[in-house]
Ligand binder design. Structure first.
Ligand SMILES: [Zn+2]
Length: 321
């Protein structure tokens, strides 16, 4: 039976419950006040779960009576759910798996209006945009912890140094320099894959964050994006010449459409990226035995595996010279 050990002196917070499906299995505890089960984590083993061991504690609020107590690892049990219950995860739109698409030619009949008020008219898209912007902070936090780990430095100092860098290039250079000093060849490959993954997602996230938004009646399940410079130039020209077909066509040429599901796809990528970087930080501080089994798992994560393949291909000609 696999086991997860809770480190002594640490308290692990389990406050975001999964979606509960009647008769499915969950790891949880019995509430200290109302004595009802609190389902905390999915138990995909159907009753033969990962064993929770160690001296660390769990901090778990009860959704039924609002008790908020501390539990021991030995309090965790596997439960078959007696009822179904929705969680925040059920509020999420379905991810399309795709990226933003140019407005033209696909939406050539769309008439677009930019301005304050666009986000309120597309609240689901607004939530998607907010998630991509706000959850990026968790990626930055994971990256700062990674720099701390690479520098073997006092975490507070390393985090302050990382956050003081004003742009991505400086941050990347600092990470790269620390990694080159610290990591083995294998770990360096994984590090480079993670940073390539980060750079690719960061580009998407920044484009979204720095855009200006509009709506169209013919695109109800999404929001229209333009670069602020393009839209400002358009507005300035309209003030001089009035609205012309030519000006509108020029603006529309540079617009993109984010469907709500595209925004969810990006939000999920940001979450996955944060998880991968955090896992790498954990891996770096683990013992050799754990690292040996964990390394292939981290490399096999789909996006990481893709970046590793690209790096290997890119490095191949250099090695042959
Ligand atoms: Zn309770």
């Amino acid at each position: 039976m696999p086991a997860v050990s809770l480190s002594e002196g640490r308290i692990y917070r389990l406050a975001f419950p999964p979606s509960i499906k009647k008769d499915s299995w969950y790891l949880g505890v019995v509430c200290k006040t109302c004595k009802k089960p609190i389902y905390c984590l999915d138990d995909f083993s159907n009753g033969n779960p990962t064993q929770i061991i160690g001296q660390g504690k769990l901090s778990i609020p009860c959704q039924k009576c609002d008790d908020d107590s501390i539990y021991e690892a030995s309090d965790v049990r596997s439960f078959q759910a007696a009822y179904s219950a929705k969680s925040f995860k059920d509020l999420r739109p379905k991810a399309t798996g795709g990226k933003r698409t140019p407005l033209l030619p696909k939406y050539r009949k769309a008439k677009v209006t930019f301005g304050i008020g666009a986000l309120e008219q597309r609240p689901e898209a607004a939530l998607g945009i907010a998630k991509c912007i706000a959850y990026w902070t968790y990626v930055e936090s994971a990256n700062a912890r990674l720099l701390a780990s690479l520098m073997g430095a006092n975490t507070e100092t390393a985090v302050a140094v990382y956050l003081s860098f004003k742009n991505t290039v400086t941050k990347n250079d600092a990470m790269q320099a620390a990694a080159e000093l610290q990591l083995s060849t294998d770990d360096m490959l994984l590090f480079r894959a993670l940073m390539a993954y980060k750079n690719s997602v960061e580009k998407e996230r920044n484009a979204l964050a720095h855009g200006i938004f509009g709506v169209s009646n013919s695109i109800k399940d999404g929001i229209i994006w333009a670069h602020p410079t393009t839209q400002t130039n358009h507005q300035a020209m309209v003030e001089v010449c009035g609205v012309t077909d030519q000006l509108t066509a020029k603006l529309y040429q540079s617009c993109f459409v984010y469907l709500t599901g595209d925004l969810e796809t990006l939000a999920l990528e940001i979450e996955d990226l944060e998880r991968q970087i955090s896992s790498f930080v954990g891996y770096l501080s683990a013992n050799a035995q754990f690292r040996a089994t964990r390394y292939p798992q981290l490399c096999a994560e789909p996006r990481v595996a893709k970046e590793i393949q690209t790096i290997i291909k890119k490095d191949a000609p250099a090695k042959q010279q």
